[in-house]
Write a protein that binds this ligand. Structure first.
Ligand SMILES: Nc1ncnc2c1ncn2[C@@H]1O[C@H](COP(=O)(O)OP(=O)(O)OP(=O)(O)O)[C@@H](O)[C@H]1O
Length: 594
């Protein structure tokens, strides 16, 4: 029950409805108990005593009880559904909010399908339990108590004899719960894995198709599907093994009653009506006990689901930067960034640093270019700048203040990153550019697109800025997607702009135009440009050459290109062809050929 106590904040607001739902179900069951009395009255007073004039009274009373019971059941269903739905609404929103604030590191291993299963299948299990099964649980308890009392008042000896097997019945149901719970947990986890495989496949379907990996994918899905089936089968086997024994135990009770109760009726110590009432009461008591197993199953499923939901809700959110309170005024950021002897390891006990003794000073409005082979640590610098990870060695400051002392909202308002992998939403180009900015004007959107060199191609699309692009930007070229992502960063008018390999798909001419536009418009913005191409960073105020997280060289393009070293080697490897072409052209012109 601990998990449902933890969930209290999500359904406690609805406690009045929850109580109404429980009470109405209890009343409906009370009507069932009344039936048994009516039955006794019909047999003993109307039929045996031949008072047929009471038939009409009996019929009206019975009809009244039926109508009242239906009304109560409607109320139970209606209020229960409201409680369940409201609770799940809050719970789902809370989970979604949590997903927004979980650290980046969480998403490096998280499985989308599993998260979606928690937000859907698990939520439904919890909703059904809180909305319906919880009331059923209480109702079962009350039925057993009141039904037993009624039986005891009719004939305590027969009541005790009849209910003799019920402790075994209850023990069996609890045993079933113990066995079923792990089986259900496994089933849910298998379902999550199945959803993850399907989700991953759909996300990467282009790679799958182009590498002819359909067969492999089908087998992978089939394995997971089989695993899910097996887990379901194991759970069903556990339940199926217990149910016949439970049913047998349940059936012994009325049989005992019929044997011994029948003998009492023959001897005249019990009326026929009392036996009929006892018989009805026995079933009224036994069926909840029998169904207790079913409801315990539901409870087990809901508990397992609730635990999975709470596991998500209890995860630690992002880095421990203070959030701004209402009283705190926003502090404008100027854009001076310092890395002081920063060393960073992704894993605590890792011996390979992603950055080692990394230092830099970027004054406001300056451009820092970072170049290096793959895995040299360029994206890591971006991740540290956006606060994705907390550093333990060294210090990062913004305008002289330690990064962690800033309010995260101040930093987020001032930093605009453009990631290596462009992510666009399945929405219009306008919405993609405007993402994260409150109601920007058309003018602002167009201006941002112009600076990002995206306006021209957007204007040529039949629907212009209202063109709806597919999931992850499908329908646009890589370079077009990158320019929309850059426009999305520029519309924020950031104080710090980070372009992580964000122009890799642009042709040299467009990249050059973009650089000029940024130079004009972002004179006050500190720019970090991580790239593999010299052309992307040659105009930077300082260029840093990274390798395995360490700085190999730093300086301006002119400085570095004139020195023997890795930068010059990269330069020559990238510009060799154009130098040869240039020399060839010069020679041919000078030699008078052509
Ligand atoms: N989430 C992570 N967990 C563990 N190691 C990581 C993680 N991300 C990156 N690394 C490792 O950190 C090192 C630096 O990676 P980083 O992504 O910063 O390189 P990069 O220079 O941006 O490379 P590329 O140009 O290929 O994108 C690499 O050795 C990489 O394997």
């Amino acid at each position: 029950m601990k998990i449902f106590k933890q969930m209290k904040p999500f359904y406690w607001n609805e406690r009045k409805r929850l109580i109404i739902s429980i009470l109405s179900l209890t009343c409906a069951t009370g009507m069932n108990l009344m039936y048994t009395k009516l039955l006794q009255f019909l047999i003993d007073d109307v039929i045996v005593n031949e008072k047929y004039e009471l038939v009409l009274t009996f019929s009206f009373t019975a009809a009244g009880v039926i109508i009242a019971k239906s009304g109560m059941q409607y109320l139970y269903g209606f209020t229960g559904a409201r409680v369940g739905n409201k609770m799940v609404l809050r719970l789902r929103n809370a989970c979604y909010e949590k997903l927004q604030y979980l650290p980046y590191s969480y998403y490096e291993t998280a499985k989308t399908g599993d998260l979606i299963a928690r937000m859907t299948v698990d939520m439904d299990a919890v909703r059904n339990f809180i909305g319906f099964d919880f009331a059923q649980f209480i109702n079962m308890g009350l039925t057993i108590i009141f039904g037993s009392v009624m039986m005891l008042t009719i004939s305590w000896k027969l009541a005790l004899l009849t209910l003799i097997t019920t402790p075994i019945l209850i023990w069996l149901t609890f045993r079933l719960d113990r066995k079923a719970q792990p089986a259900y947990r496994d089933t849910r986890s298998a379902m999550s894995q199945l959803s993850s495989v399907a989700q991953e496949n759909i996300a990467g379907i282009r790679t799958v198709k182009s590498f002819n990996g359909m067969g492999h994918e089908i087998n992978k899905f089939s394995d997971k599907n089989e695993r899910y089936r097996n887990k379901q089968y194991e759970a069903a086997k556990t339940v199926a093994k217990h149910y016949p024994v439970i049913e047998l135990m349940a059936n012994i009770c009325p049989i005992l009653l019929l044997i011994f109760g029948g003998m009492h009726v023959i001897r005249g110590s019990l009326s026929l009506g009392e036996l009929a009432a006892l018989f009805s009461l026995t079933w009224l008591i036994i069926s909840p006990m029998w169904w207790i197993a079913f409801h315990i199953n539901k409870y087990s499923q809901a508990k397992a689901s609730g635990e999975r939901i709470f596991e998500l809700l209890q995860l630690e959110t992002s880095r421990c930067m203070p959030e701004r309170t209402r009283e705190d005024a926003a502090i404008p950021i100027n854009g001076e960034i310092r890395f002081q002897d920063v060393s960073f390891y992704y894993k605590e006990n890792s011996s390979t640093p992603a950055l080692l003794h990394f230092s830099l000073v970027a004054s406001p409005g300056s451009v820092v270019g970072i170049i290096g082979s793959t895995g040299s640590g360029k994206s890591t610098i971006l991740k540290l700048l956006i606060g994705a990870y907390k550093i333990k060695k060294g210090e990062i400051t913004i305008d002289g203040k330690n990064y962690d002392e800033w309010h995260s909202s101040d930093i987020k308002q001032s930093i605009a990153p453009v990631f290596q992998e462009t992510y666009l939403f399945a929405a219009t180009i306008r919405d993609n550019i405007a993402f994260g900015v409150d109601n920007p004007s058309d003018e602002e959107i167009t201006q941002a697109a112009m600076k990002a060199q995206a306006h021209e191609f957007i204007s040529m699309l039949p629907m212009g800025y209202d063109t709806v692009i597919g999931e992850r930007g499908i329908g646009l070229s890589g370079g077009q997607r990158q320019r929309i992502a850059i426009a999305r960063a520029l519309i924020r008018k950031p104080k710090i702009l980070i372009l992580d390999d964000a122009t890799s798909a642009l042709d040299m001419e467009t990249e050059y135009k973009l650089q000029n536009a940024l130079k004009d418009e972002l004179a006050q913005t500190t720019c970090f440009i991580m790239a593999n191409r010299i052309s992307s960073i040659r105009h930077a105020d300082e260029i840093i050459v990274l390798d395995k997280g360490q700085i190999l060289q730093r300086g301006t393009h002119q400085d570095l290109v004139s020195l023997e070293g890795p930068y010059r080697s990269i330069y020559l490897s990238q510009y060799d062809d154009s130098i040869h072409k240039h020399n060839h052209l010069t020679l041919t012109v000078e030699g008078g050929e052509q």
